[in-house]
Write a protein that binds this ligand. Sequence first.
Ligand SMILES: NC(=O)c1ccc[n+]([C@@H]2O[C@H](COP(=O)([O-])OP(=O)(O)OC[C@H]3O[C@@H](n4cnc5c(N)ncnc54)[C@H](O)[C@@H]3O)[C@@H](O)[C@H]2O)c1
Length: 327
Amino acid sequence: MTGGAGYIGSVTVAHLLADGFSVAVYDRLLYSGESLLAHASHPRFSLTAGDVRDTRRVAAAMAGADAVVHLAAIVGEPACSVDDEASWSINVDGAASVLDAATRTGVPRLLFVSTCSNYGLSNPDVIADEDSPLRPLSRYAEAKVAAERLVLHAEGGPATTVLRFGTICGLSARMRFDLLVSEMARAAVHGTTIELYTPDAWRPFLHVRDAARAIAAWAVAPPDMIAGRVYNVVGENYQKRGLAELVRKHFPATPIQITDRAPDLRDYRVSGKRIEQVLGFRTTRTVEDAFVETAAAIAEGCFRNPAWSGHSAVPPDPRILRRTTAV
Ligand SMILES: NC(=O)c1ccc[n+]([C@@H]2O[C@H](COP(=O)([O-])OP(=O)(O)OC[C@H]3O[C@@H](n4cnc5c(N)ncnc54)[C@H](O)[C@@H]3O)[C@@H](O)[C@H]2O)c1
């Protein structure tokens, strides 16, 4: 698994190990590898530090694997805009490199984890499905669309699948507080004002544990159900206004300010029906579960500093993004 030390990756590694899988993580450890230390002595776990664009090293790390899960990326517009060129190279050339390595080593299946952000601004009265047009509104989403295409159109290599996840929420050993639900939980616990722009905009969300369950379900799905397929994975669609109501339900005193500043034009609802119908996969956790568990962890003092810049997708040392060799 590439990107296994990340927000989604570290929860997925724990889930797969508990399910009986062996997991080899390949990660540049941009945000450290502390999220994986609990597995260091696990007999079915291994870790290789390296860059996804270093094809030979990736290939060596995946030798003998039954499946590759490609999660490694520079995630979201704020992180990508720190170094647009390097981020594009990691997000697109990196995907090509992982695909190339999987082809060379004969790995039978490869999963590319993508995002529902690819649908971009859509008619909020229509629920986007996998056949809806993609309208990426950021360089990050443009890179994800480009990488999806090259992975899905590859020939002569592994069976490839794209899972488009909603915005992730919930607790992880590599915690991110730059995502809507965790940001709101932090503000609610600290009693700071939540600024809500475009309150009527819809967003699809997915609990991080359901993301891990979806990856595990893909790993054992029959080949004809995954080859060349795209599936959305969405728990619930929420209007930001609805999230504000959720905050008020649990933290009635939270100041919420609705502003007309609109730094993000995304407004979309997404259907997760196809994965339910074809793979029988259903989500089990709600946005409210994620909000409540995150707020409780903050209130109990689990984080030294939830406002620490390392709890975001912006790499602490962006200079290393241009170096493709291992650390
Ligand atoms: N978090 C979300 O809301 C969300 C939603 C939809 C899709 N996704 C996708 O899921 C994946 C994981 O997202 P996340 O939130 O866990 O991000 P994250 O930033 O927490 O983790 C990304 C991981 O990738 C690693 N990485 C980055 N560049 C690398 C490189 N060049 N070589 C090797 N490893 C590298 C990092 O060290 C990190 O461990 C990404 O592909 C992202 O696009 C995330």
